[in-house]
Ligand binder design. Structure first.
Ligand SMILES: Cc1cc2nc3c(=O)[nH]c(=O)nc-3n(C[C@H](O)[C@H](O)[C@H](O)COP(=O)(O)O)c2cc1C
Length: 195
């Protein structure tokens, strides 16, 4: 798939089919993360792949979904993620730019997931203490965020921004995501004031 096509096709997905994601596919997503840029090439990331069906409900309970439409955005029973990739910052590496580094790695995961036919939700709203306990996380690691994954069971489309960034789900279950236009965000050669 063309990179720009994958970038445009990627949408946050919050309803998933029950099919398991094969482990080699999950490993490939972490492979994609590994090639990301990082400040000083310090690569301060580690990842926990969670695909044990017995653990999935515990992980799910630590996550918050679609704040603008909560609780309607919560994936209902039967449509929950079938795997997670928990992105960790290894603080022993003493990273210079950990937030940006982890974000670059996670975006690689999301884009590779498009290629694999998967849907993803990057989740920053995590009960980190609880999740660290579930994962037996040792000292020296910080949970950056969680990528929820699975085969998509909803349609999400972009919409032109019309004064609000709030996404919505319509009566047919289609998820609509406003995006600012190119004209609104780009400047040429020097900063141009908008009229
Ligand atoms: C750093 C970060 C944290 C996010 N945290 C959450 C979250 O906690 N829960 C959630 O449902 N979505 C979360 N999202 C997904 C955003 O809501 C989503 O990216 C945004 O609405 C735009 O939709 P799109 O991804 O389809 O372009 C997060 C996205 C990012 C980049």
């Amino acid at each position: 798939m063309d990179v720009f096509e994958a970038i445009k096709k990627r949408r946050t997905i919050r309803r998933f089919k029950p099919d398991q994601v094969p482990l080699p596919v999950l490993q490939k997503l972490v492979e994609a993360a590994r090639f990301a840029p990082s400040g000083g090439n310090l690569q301060p990331w580690e990842f926990i792949i969670v695909n044990d069906p017995g653990l999935l409900p515990d992980i799910f309970a630590t996550l918050a979904w679609a704040g603008y439409i909560a609780p309607a955005g919560n994936p209902p029973e039967g449509k929950r993620p079938t795997a997670y990739i928990v992105a960790l910052q290894n603080t022993a590496i003493n990273p210079r730019t950990p937030v940006a580094d982890l974000a670059a790695a996670i975006e690689n995961i999301l884009l590779q997931a498009v290629e694999e036919g998967l849907g993803t939700c990057w989740i920053g709203s995590v009960r980190r203490e609880k999740l660290a306990e579930i994962l037996s996380l040792p000292e020296g690691y910080v949970i950056d965020s969680v990528v929820a994954l699975g085969y998509p069971d909803e349609k999400a489309v972009i919409e032109p921004y019309q004064g609000s960034v709030k996404y919505w789900r319509d009566e047919d279950g289609v998820f609509h995501v406003p995006k600012r236009s190119l004209a609104e965000i780009v400047h040429y050669n020097r900063f141009q004031k908008r009229g």
